[in-house]
Design a binder for this molecule. Structure first.
Ligand code: NAD
Length: 454
């Protein structure tokens, strides 16, 4: 499998993929090793993860540059991702023992009762490439702390970072067979589904997630899916500082080259502030520096995959053909690498693919709305349900809107953010199950009910 640098189109490395036979052997080894890992105290498992937390910091230059080289993220954002991953790991280090310890529910009387949290067993973590450190740690850290063995299949576009993760976890003391990398493309993920694993934890597209859920259904084991989104942002007309809101919206659209599950993908602006918002947004979008992701001044690097470039160009041309106005960008850059100018479109509507399909790139449509009712109807007009943002100077007014949205996360005056203390979950086509928060610790264990008489 060739690892290509999306900024230069050069081959970084040619890596040997797993085969069905090696995947089977890794599973057998994980199965054998898991019970000994589960028998280790939770404090000892947490101590391994704490060493991993330190190692990530010690090697941050190597880790950040590997990430930028294989998926094109601007280097500073690769450092940010590592910091973000470490703060999530910190949360699990600090909170897990509390949420995994046995709980007495009845202490007196003829029958005492308690809950004991046991690991699931050997789980698969099939992951995406856009934030490989961040979305990986949502799963494999609480899974390992919970006493599970993990077969970690990074995306084929994030294999180098996956290899570093494996190396550092082993260095931190996680036994080699307890955390193993599965190298390959979609087929390697499918082989994991042929094996009798005890849980499937997936981050990626709706299409793949759905096929995993269907294949795993008959196994009757936990299946969690963190999928895509078409996340809306609504600007109300009571906002005083339009420049600031436009800057926040733009960052929500283009951060990570627009390749975030919770990126802002649609913007609705109330008519009283619409013209000023569009002008401020366009001006700031024009000022963005698109270029080599290893340079400090770069704000937008290349897209990670060549097919994604054509996909975005098609979304833009479909919108323009249906009457949208392309205010800026939306063109391929004439240089090596999978670069696209950030695109700003107005006069858009929901007949356009741009407003309905996940874009996963630095392009956005801005639509004028009359009032909150119209905004709510448009925000809800999607198959997805990951996040939604409302910008207003009045919390009560914003909350009335947020309560009516069927999404796992809502934001007031912020967007495109994830917190370790809050449950991360998608509704509808955006996912199934929860990572992060105390619920994301408990997602990797199963409760056993003890009835103790005498
Ligand atoms: P993808 O579905 O193409 O691939 C995800 C993983 O699944 C990869 O490791 C891939 O090799 C594997 N895979 C592909 N086909 C498979 C199959 N048939 N069986 C088993 N495994 C298979 O997704 P992607 O392009 O890597 O990621 C982008 C998507 O991920 C976007 O939709 C994005 O919104 C979503 N995402 C969601 C979150 C979240 O937290 N909700 C986070 C990051 C990314």
């Amino acid at each position: 499998m060739k690892i290509i640098n999306p900024a230069t189109e050069e081959i970084i490395e040619d890596i040997t993929e797993d085969t069905l036979e090696t995947v089977k052997a890794k599973y057998a080894a994980a199965k054998k090793a898991q019970s000994a890992w589960a028998a280790v105290t939770v404090e000892e498992r947490i101590a391994c993860i704490a060493r991993f937390y330190d190692l990530l910091d010690g090697e941050k230059e190597v880790l950040a540059s590997a990430l930028t080289s294989e998926m094109g993220k601007p280097l500073q954002q690769s450092y940010n991702e590592l910091n973000g991953a470490r703060s999530r790991i910190r949360f699990f280090i600090d909170q897990s023992a509390h949420y995994l310890k046995e709980e007495w529910t009845v202490l007196e009387g003829a029958t005492r009762e308690k809950i004991v949290y046991e690991p699931l067993g050997v789980i698969a973590n099939i992951s995406a490439w856009n934030y490989p450190y961040l979305v990986g740690v949502n799963v494999f850290i609480p899974a390992l702390i919970g006493g599970n063995a993990v077969l970690y299949k990074p995306s084929e576009f994030a294999t180098l970072t996956g290899r570093h993760i494996q190396r550092l976890l082993h260095k931190a003391g996680v036994p080699a067979d307890v955390f193993q990398l599965i190298v390959g493309k979609g087929a390697a993920g499918e082989w994991l589904l042929e094996l009798p694993l005890d849980g499937y934890f997936f981050t990626g597209s709706y299409k793949t997630g759905r096929s995993i859920a269907e294949k795993a259904a008959s196994k009757l084991v936990p299946v969690q899916l963190e999928l895509g989104g078409k996340d809306p942002l609504y600007v109300m007309d009571d906002v005083a500082d339009i420049e600031k809101v436009a800057a926040a919206a733009l960052e929500g659209v283009v951060y990570n080259n627009g390749q975030s599950c919770c990126a802002v993908e649609r913007i609705y602006v109330q008519e009283g502030v619409y013209d000023r918002f569009v002008a401020a947004y366009e001006k700031q979008a024009r000022a963005l520096v698109v270029g080599d992701p290893t340079e400090a001044r770069t704000e937008i690097g290349p897209l990670s995959r060549p097919a994604q470039l054509d996909f975005l160009l098609e979304q833009v041309s479909d919108a323009v053909a249906k009457g949208a106005e392309l205010l800026y960008g939306g063109k391929k850059l004439q240089r090596k690498g999978y670069y696209i100018e950030p695109a700003v479109l107005t006069n858009v509507n929901h007949s356009m693919r741009l407003m309905r399909e996940e874009s996963f790139g630095p392009v956005v449509g801005i639509q004028r709305v009359k009032n909150d009712e119209e905004a709510i109807a448009l925000m809800a007009d999607t198959e997805y349900g990951l996040t939604a943002a409302v910008y207003s100077d009045n919390y009560d007014r914003a909350e009335k809107v947020m309560r009516q949205l069927n999404t796992g996360t809502v934001y007031w005056n912020c967007c495109d953010r994830v917190s370790a203390t809050l449950p991360w979950s998608g509704r509808k086509h955006s996912g199934l199950g929860i990572t992060l928060s105390y619920q994301g610790i408990r997602a990797f264990v199963q409760p056993k009910a003890y009835h103790i008489r005498g």
